[in-house]
Unconditional design. Structure first.
Length: 213
């Protein structure tokens, strides 16, 4: 699917969703509790990707920061506004122009997590249109790369953005769920759809979802 439209200015941290989405998130977030508060065994908490499990980069190894509690700053485009405060995240990068991010949210119940994952998929499905409605200097195009049959499922999306100043970036996103845990993986670099490592990213997504529990 490809979408082209134009709109109003965007901010760095408000790239996706809207008032309806925020209202939905507010209702969902109230139902979320950290795993520790729920008395969950730490060994049962979601695990994160290791650098070697990311799409291979030909001229640099991947590096990773620590797993960090809370929302990342800045928030990621498309899905950032939907993230509740109990999100945890990990940042990854190479020595050149490629970076990645994994964000995980543990809900109180599978039903909550099912609804949260559906909200994220909705935000991603409309991401290109939202970006251009919020910033007339951006042209965005997106593709759906389909569904992956891992645990409760994962979906993969691609977003290409080009600015009036000449920058061109490609990002891949996936949303996956295992029980009450939802994970988002984002991979990005300078380039276009032809530079997207879709097959490798799908492998990374399957690994990320399988590692949740």
């Amino acid at each position: 699917m490809q979408i082209r439209a134009r709109g109003t200015r965007i901010t760095r941290t408000a790239l996706a969703g809207g008032l309806a989405a925020l209202a939905a998130v507010a209702g969902l977030a109230a139902a979320v509790v950290p795993a520790a508060a729920a008395g969950q065994d730490p060994s049962d908490t979601p695990r994160y990707l290791e650098p070697a499990e990311l799409p291979p980069y030909p001229s640099s190894p991947w590096y990773a920061g620590p797993v960090t509690a809370g929302q990342p700053d800045p928030l990621p485009m498309c899905v950032g506004e939907a993230l509740p405060s109990i999100t945890s995240h990990r940042e990854y990068w190479t020595e050149l122009d490629t970076n990645a991010q994994q964000l995980t949210v543990e809900g109180r119940s599978e039903q909550w997590s099912k609804e949260f994952a559906a909200l994220l998929r909705k935000d991603l499905a409309g991401c290109a249109r939202t970006l251009m409605q919020q910033d007339p200097g951006i042209t965005a195009t997106q593709k759906s790369y389909g569904h992956l049959n891992v645990e409760e499922g994962a979906d993969v999306y691609g977003i290409h953005t080009a600015s009036a100043q000449g920058s061109s970036d490609i990002n891949l996103f996936s949303v996956g769920r295992d029980g009450a845990a939802v994970t988002i993986v984002r991979w990005g670099r300078m380039g276009t759809f032809k530079d997207a490592q879709v097959a490798d990213f799908k492998t990374t997504t399957v690994t990320a979802v399988n590692k949740l529990y």
